[in-house]
Design a protein around this ligand. Sequence first.
Ligand SMILES: C[S@@+](CC[C@H](N)C(=O)[O-])C[C@H]1O[C@@H](n2cnc3c(N)ncnc32)[C@H](O)[C@@H]1O
Length: 380
Amino acid sequence: MSRYFVTCARGLEAVTASEMLSFGATKADPVPGGVAVEGGQEVMYRANLWSRTANRVLQVLRSFPARNPDELYQGFHSFKWETFFRTANTFSVECTLGGRLNPQLNHSHYAKLRIKDAVVDRMREKSGGARPDVDVEDPDLPIVAYVRDGECTINLDASGGSLHERGYRLDGAFAPLKETLAAGLIELSGWNGREPFFDPMCGSGTLPIEAALKAGNVAPGLLRKRYPFQRWPDYHQELWDRLWSEAKAARSPVSEGLIFGADRSGRALLAAQENARNAGFGAREILFLKQEFASIQRPTEVPGVIVVNPPYGERLGDVEELAPLYKQMGDLFKQRFQGWRAYVFTGNLELAKHVGLRATRRVPLFNGPIECRLLEYKLY
Ligand SMILES: C[S@@+](CC[C@H](N)C(=O)[O-])C[C@H]1O[C@@H](n2cnc3c(N)ncnc32)[C@H](O)[C@@H]1O
């Protein structure tokens, strides 16, 4: 049984926790920004392969008091790193300081250097002089340290960077939603994968693509090439190969006429189509339409779910400029989408008021540092 800390967007903790329980975790406690998980190796493998909302799966190794740089060094130096890797392997160190900061330990860069020295010194002593190299791009052992209120937790990053980088998005020119946050919004909407799904301002297509991955029972982790845990001494290749094959076999066809995305920007739609293709979906699975919101129509007669992330601006004057679009959303949803449920994700509560419909639910969420809401409207 191991302990893991699974990070996710703030506001999605309960969604991520229920995913972890479905992967066989014996414990999954939501805490701000993540889930404290207990379970076997299979839970960690499944989380990397199947989680739609987790950003990173960290394996928790040890906690110890670290009120100053010496205690931090000692805590890392006394850890048996030689049982985790060899000097021919590479490692990296990431360190986040939080909570009440001790004046002696308040620079994360310095803390990181002390940790790196401790690991290198330990490995040198145990190997008769050889030392492992640091590799920040693709380390075998990505060490993640959290120091909070004088206590340090050592973790290993089993995911190797954020899982939101599924691998289907190639065009970085847009400011899209993170894939894991988009998937979380879809979970919160309660979309069942069989009723129609529509994002009328889809930008580079993240929401429709995440919807298609869910409808097609596609394990998002299949799109990634390799994971650090495959280079750890306790790697269970047979188990991973079995889970990987099961995940490949689980993929099912996405019905035609189920998932739709629209946007007024042709450039955004080209990116959306390319991203969808990279994820394995063509026009049969996701139909993208070039459309001004003002002329939006329901894409299918069967009622379904709208999830939309309209522009919400960050500058002064944006409210004035965008208010008419939010008002139009309220009006057109009500007139043209009777029987549907609409979910509007916005970082501007002032703008949200202009929708003018009564929200039946408001879920607080964070898009990075920006406090947002997912607003639910039932359209009668
Ligand atoms: C915040 S972005 C959506 C990003 C998207 N969720 C993604 O992950 O790429 C908002 C999108 O709304 C589109 N948009 C803004 N005003 C619109 C309008 N009046 N009609 C249609 N699309 C509009 C923009 O072109 C932009 O792509």
